[in-house]
Design a protein around this ligand. Structure first.
Ligand code: FAD
Length: 813
């Protein structure tokens, strides 16, 4: 097939993810799309994958993407008329501990929320489903009836067939060699000719970093990834399996011993064992081991020694495994992002370029990833909030060593539980506050926020600050008495928190105010004041929230969550008119939160500023002799100020505030304090899963303002019809557990909503959940239940006002 001179979209890479993206584009009418594959389709990681297709994930977004993929695959053979070897065998996940059973309970709850049924099992029930299983060390397990395995090459070919049927083109043996840009269009170069196109997609699998380099001159960044070597082996046929399969007319369920860290599957009548080993290995990361230009359909040499411990453990679990020898080993390249999740969405910094790569479970996720990628390209937005895979979640701190260290950590803990008070230790201290040493001296137990180190809590001598102590789902732990003390200090006296890495942009130029009014749903503050601005997408959903500080008519500072840095910068930059200046100043300046009833007294000794200026005002001043901006606002919900100052001056100010008697507090306390005020957190409570009205932000929506803004029409219609969902603050009789994100909210026998964030409020002494429920169930006093790790707890809808200081009197004092 000859290379067309134009196309609407060019996808680079013909693995499962590239073809799935092409299939979804073409199926939705975007048939003028071309996929370039340098070799034969599936030549990268896809051909040699084991093809396991679980629903299970600790992340709701990932599980939803997998749910969609598996549903697609179940109907695909018929839809495109291409035979598929897809065994929906069901799977058993084994639990060695009570904590693991709690994890399963939570995931089963999320599954139920999205219409899937998973079942908790006792050890005996596990054996009933899998008679060859030994039960030592087991607490129980989880049954997912829709898990199974699919032939990865076949499913990719089936998607390719579907794409072609809908009119898309696939060019095999046609490597893309680079890109250039002309008149707002991409030109993708190949050895057989150039293709001019509107959009380009990097779906190059483990070559994504290399393809990503082509985009550096156009604003791109080094793709944060590392390649790992991953193995599974097949055994000779096992007569007992053949007999069992024959008798039962199906395959054995897929088995995952996640606490040991392997899966074991029936392959024809033998076994397939695939461990994720701790002593794992990256590939192609050393100067003497460069990535080859072409590794199509190739494998690494076998390295079974690395797997020995896992093989022995698996043989003790399923002794049949030891009865036959290894027939074949597969050791192939698998790309890892620093958090182990793929990158699907806009390419950071580059116009009209998208990414769909770095999949560690690309077979299970490819079907859903194609839908997500296609939606980004076609609509600039996705049906479900997909922040969990958005490439912009990584910013400027992911150098190569970081990626290698994190890839090894994630791979070696592929099945690990992610406890709420645990911080993964690898590749830390990427960005530190000038106060970092001081914070550590004070007992700061650090967490990583967009690569910035912040204190989560402050330990006292004798407190157990070990990583081991965090291996619990409970709220209580060594941190808890300290978090309580920190909250009480903010309530009764004054606390200080170093909030380094608060994302900060400056926006100025004639017309800046008018332009900004066209981006947000509400109004702008007057000069000298600040307020919150909500940026809707075209469907009226919450794209983001920023604090807008106004210095002059057309002069603003915009402040937003640390992790939102690149996302929000692009929200602003994407259609910035000529004449306006936008700059990211996150690394230049930093912020201290000083909050509590004594904060005015404390600051009055350090500044001549007018501390009588009201709530939501700001002023330029000096604090401890150093230039600073004081903003009268408190995310902690007490009298307080944010002190914004240059990096070089912040230590002097921090030390002076500590010397003035402020107690240092950390992010755990801040989270508790903001929950009591009902303040929303980005990508928990605030996401594109909900409209502004559904998020309870109606007071920030001015439908009568003259400016148009994204989503205005959608919000107008929603207002007339009434929103389908309502945002609620619940008090929950939760015992020692807080509800994780996406825990179900029940009314009687029905799931009616979900928790978006939850924690203990130390000033009101109750567990608080923020969440979204079906309309009509959001009235104060409504009795509901919140499911937390499989148990339901009584919850009551609270009035639409903060639980702490409902009239904001303390804030305004
Ligand atoms: C041993 C092993 C077992 C696995 N088991 C499973 C499993 O059980 N379940 C599961 O879900 N996942 C599994 N995986 C992971 C899975 O294989 C990958 O996540 C998935 O194949 C990734 O698909 P992809 O389309 O992103 O990348 P790839 O399949 O690598 O495709 C990328 C394509 O891009 C092409 N390309 C690169 N550069 C260019 C260029 N310049 N021009 C044109 N084309 C280019 C390559 O040739 C390649 O075909 C396994 C991986 C390994 C290594």
């Amino acid at each position: 097939m000859s290379v067309p001179s134009t196309a609407r979209v060019v996808i680079v890479g013909g693995g499962i993810v590239g073809v799935s993206t092409l299939y979804h584009l073409a199926k939705n009418g975007w048939s003028d799309c071309v996929l370039l594959e340098k070799n034969e389709l599936t030549a990268g990681s896809t051909w040699h994958a084991a093809g396991n297709c679980p629903n299970f994930s600790g992340s709701y977004g990932i599980m939803n993407m997998q749910r969609y993929a598996l549903e697609l695959y179940r109907g695909l053979a018929d839809e495109v008329d291409y035979p598929l070897n897809y065994h929906v065998s069901g799977s058993l996940r084994l639990a060695h501990s009570h904590e693991r059973m709690m994890e399963f309970d939570h995931v089963a709850g999320m599954a139920r929320h999205m219409g899937l049924e998973m079942e908790m099992c006792t050890p005996q029930q596990l054996q009933e489903r899998y008679p060859f299983l030994e039960l030592h060390d087991l607490e129980g397990g989880l049954w997912d009836p829709l898990d199974g395995d699919i032939d990865p090459a076949q499913v990719a070919q089936a998607l390719a067939k579907g794409a072609r049927t809908h009119g898309a083109k696939i060019l095999r043996f046609t490597p893309a060699t680079g890109v250039s840009r002309e008149n707002g269009e991409w030109i993708v170069h190949t050895e057989k000719g150039d293709i001019r196109c509107e959009y380009v997609v990097n779906a190059a699998g483990y070559y994504a970093e290399r393809v990503g380099e082509w985009f550096l001159p156009f604003g791109g960044r080094q793709v944060p990834m590392a390649v790992m070597s991953h193995q599974y082996f097949l055994t000779e046929p096992v007569p007992e399996i053949a007999e069992w399969s024959e008798k039962n007319g199906r395959k054995l369920p897929l088995l995952r011993d996640v606490d040991t860290s392997y899966y074991l599957r029936q392959e024809t009548t033998g076994f397939n064992l695939g461990p994720y080993e701790r002593n794992c290995q990256t590939a192609w990361t050393r100067a003497d081991d460069p990535m080859p230009d072409d590794f199509s359909f190739q494998l690494y040499p076998d390295d079974l020694d690395r797997l020995e411990w896992y093989i022995e453990d698996a043989m003790a679990r399923v002794p049949l495994l030891g009865t036959q020898g290894v027939s074949r080993n597969i050791n192939g390249p698998i790309p890892y992002a620093p958090d182990g999740l793929p990158m699907v969405g806009p390419m950071p910094g580059v116009p009209n370029a998208f990414e769909a790569h770095t999949f560690t479970f690309g077979i299970a996720q490819g079907g859903g990833a194609g839908k997500v990628a296609a939606e980004w390209i076609m609509h600039g937005a996705t049906e479900w909030d997909m922040w969990c895979v958005d490439p912009r979640r990584y910013t400027d701190y992911t150098d190569k060593q970081y990626c290698i260290d994190k890839a090894k950590e994630v791979y070696g803990h592929e099945y690990a539980m992610h406890f709420p008070h645990h911080e993964w230790p690898a590749a830390r201290n990427r960005k530190t506050s000038p106060n970092n040493d001081r914070i550590l001296e004070l007992g700061g137990q650090m967490g990583s926020y967009n690569g910035w180190e912040r204190a989560n809590w402050f330990a006292k001598p004798g407190d157990d600050a070990s990583e081991e102590a965090t291996q619990t789902w409970s709220r209580s732990g060594p941190w808890e008495p300290r978090v309580r003390e920190e909250c009480e200090a903010v309530r009764d006296t004054v606390g200080v928190l170093d909030l380094c890495g608060f994302s900060r942009f400056s926006l100025s130029g004639e017309g800046a105010a008018e332009w900004l009014r066209g981006k947000i749903a509400g109004g702008l503050p007057k000069s000298g004041r600040m307020n919150l601005g909500y940026f809707p997408d075209n469907r009226g959903r919450v794209l983001t929230e920023m604090s807008i500080i106004r210095h002059g008519d057309d002069d603003f500072t915009l402040i937003t969550a640390a992790v939102a840095q690149w996302h929000d910068f692009e929200v602003l930059k994407s259609d910035l008119p000529d004449g306006l200046t936008l700059a990211d100043r996150t690394r230049d300046m930093t912020t201290l939160i000083v909050s509590g009833p004594k904060s005015r007294d404390l600051l009055s000794n350090l500044t001549d500023a007018d501390l009588g200026l009201g709530w939501l005002t700001h002023q330029q001043t000096t604090v401890a002799g150093k230039p600073a901006m004081l903003v009268r606002v408190s995310f902690a919900g007490e009298l307080g100020w944010e002190v914004h100052a240059d990096m070089e001056n912040i230590s002097t100010i921090y030390d002076a505030i500590l010397a003035g008697g402020a107690r240092p507090f950390g992010m755990y306390a801040l989270n508790a304090l903001r929950l009591e005020k009902g303040y929303r957190a980005w990508k928990g409570d605030l996401s594109t899963d909900y409209t502004l009205f559904e998020s309870g932000l109606g007071r920030f929506v001015k439908l009568d303002k003259p400016q148009d803004f994204p989503g205005k029409q959608a919000l107008q219609i929603e207002k007339q019809q009434g929103p389908a969902k309502g945002f609620v603050t619940l008090t929950v009789d939760a015992g020692d557990l807080d509800a994780p994100y996406m825990s179900s909210i029940w009314k009687g026998d029905e799931i009616v909503g979900e928790v978006t964030s939850c924690g203990w409020g130390y000033r009101v002494n109750t567990c608080i959940a923020l969440g979204v429920v079906r309309s009509g169930l959001d009235a104060p006093g409504t009795d509901l239940e919140v499911e937390i790790y499989g148990q339901r707890y009584k919850a009551v809808v609270q009035p639409d006002q903060p639980l702490w200081d409902p009239e904001n009197e303390r804030l305004r004092a």
